[in-house]
Design a protein around this ligand. Structure first.
Ligand code: ADP
Length: 462
């Protein structure tokens, strides 16, 4: 008997759907059929692949409401955010449908008269993806679209918490003519699928979005078959607020960036580093704004902050708050939970923490929840030192109206994504990814298709 998997609504713990896990044999067989589909998929012209991707995008747009509701149901985020995610997910398909047609090679001037040298790009082969639950649609299309555009076939394991969105997106892809074998999903637990994906020789690339420990493990496992890897891992984003910052903009953008998806986003700000002269005023404005946020079921139109995805996530957040309080920190607002362990739902009130020592857990560990600490600085050098004191290097934000300070900060922050007076610096047309423990490679932009391509060099003697 195949094992059953239950998908529950994190807002109330109710069962949404029951699915069957694939057996290990079934997973291997799907991998092999996706590998076999590579030879015919890569032979389609780039224009034909682009047309199929465009049809997929159109079809998702036609089903925008249904998919948005599915995301809210299994992930919990407020419906407007879920609909925004659908648009964001489709924008990657749009972008890579265009990029498919721009996979250029080049000719290289030869070093001797009797040679001709050309460099071409080829699809890498079968790509396997493992995706997280926080953006069930966008994390999948951000990987599948460039892979399919490049001519790769693609197999994905969605997060156990949110498989339904992926399944539906793949059904829609098949309905518009993307071949069933070329785009597939498998369902089972992460470690089981991870082991099969990383050890199978037919898979040439692993693309993963999730936690840093799992990313490190997948890189280690992938070494055995020398697979290419793209890793989008954890983050611990700082926000530096300089003394000349426009405080209303800084507060507005901080709140949007921080509390989106209940803080369960890898680019979510995790530390506010505020100039001492404006810290009091900034914190007051921030707390006033945070207290207007409504927590609850994402289908309620007034709700801004949905549930935490599961108990594990909730416990981590709670431990970080308790650790801060035990070290003498003040809770400027928040500090409340609405949980029901039996039913299985966990809500955390948006929380701002002040008077916190730099060695508190939350200052170093990713929170993935609607909680943010505020610390102060005197000089910009000090702010940069605090900001860079992290194993992570995904996103960093700062607010200043001074261009010299802005350039200083953008050049000295060790992060792959920098938002200057901008709390939402993401998009299909720009390279997203981190430094240090935040990962390897970039997704989006013209950079985002390169990881799905091999370079071939041809030297012709004439
Ligand atoms: P989180 O703790 O936030 O769920 P994870 O990194 O554990 O973050 O999960 C992200 C994705 O990685 C999910 O699809 C999950 O099933 C998968 N995963 C978890 N553990 C492993 C593993 N050992 N090997 C491969 N995938 C894994």
């Amino acid at each position: 008997m195949a094992q059953l998997v239950y998908v529950n609504n994190p807002a109330n713990g109710e069962l949404i759907h029951t699915l069957q896990y694939d057996s290990e044999e079934a997973i291997v067989s799907k991998v092999e059929s996706a590998a076999a589909a590579f030879s015919s998929w890569k032979q389609r012209s780039a224009h034909e692949r682009a047309q199929l991707l465009n049809s997929w995008a159109k079809c998702i747009r036609e089903n925008r409401q249904e998919i948005g509701e599915l995301i809210t149901l299994e992930n919990g985020k407020p419906l407007p955010e879920a609909l925004g995610e659908v648009d964001y997910a489709v924008s990657y398909i749009d972008w890579y449908a265009e990029e498919a047609k721009r996979i250029y090679g080049r000719t290289v001037p030869a070093h001797v008269p009797n040679k001709r040298i050309t460099v071409t790009k080829e699809p890498i082969g079968l790509v396997a993806a493992i995706t997280p639950w926080n953006f069930p649609a966008a994390m999948m299309t951000r990987k599948a679209a460039p892979a399919l555009a490049a001519g790769c076939t693609f197999i994905v394991k969605p997060a156990e918490e949110t498989p339904l969105t992926t399944i539906r997106l793949i059904e829609l892809a098949h309905s518009v003519g993307i071949p069933e074998d070329a785009l597939q999903y498998v369902l089972n637990e992460g470690p089981i699928v991870g082991e099969i994906f990383t050890s199978h020789k037919a898979i040439r690339k692993i693309t993963f979005t999730g936690s840093t420990p799992v990313g490190k493990l997948l890189m280690e496992q992938s070494a055995q078959t020398v697979k290419h890897v793209t890793m989008e891992l954890g983050g611990h984003a700082p926000i530096i607020v300089a003394k000349d910052a426009d405080l209303n903009v800084a507060v507005e953008q901080t709140v949007t960036a921080k509390f989106r998806n209940a803080g369960q986003t890898c680019v979510s700000p995790n530390r506010l580093i505020v100039h001492e002269e404006i810290a009091e005023e900034f914190t007051k404005l921030l707390v006033d704004k945070v207290q207007t946020l409504k927590v609850g079921n994402g289908f309620d139109p007034d709700v801004n902050v949905g549930p935490i995805i599961n108990k594990k996530g909730f416990i981590k957040i709670k431990e970080q708050i308790e650790d801060a309080v035990n070290r003498g920190a003040t809770l400027a607002c928040g500090n409340g939970y609405d949980i029901d362990d039996e039913k299985g739902y966990y809500f955390v009130l948006p929380t701002v923490i002040t008077d916190i020592p730099l060695d508190a857990k939350i200052m170093h560990e990713e929170t993935f929840g609607p909680v943010i600490p505020v610390v102060t600085f005197t000089t910009l050098e000090e702010a940069v030192t605090i900001a860079n004191d992290s194993p992570y290097g995904l996103a960093a934000y700062f607010f200043t109206e001074n261009y010299k300070d802005g350039l200083y900060l953008s050049e000295n922050l060790q992060y792959g994504i920098i938002g200057w007076n901008d709390g939402a610096p993401s998009g299909a047309h720009i390279p997203f990814g981190g430094m240090k423990d935040s990962g390897v490679g970039r997704e989006g932009g013209s950079e985002g298709i390169e990881p799905y391509l091999e370079t071939k060099y041809l030297s012709v003697g004439v």
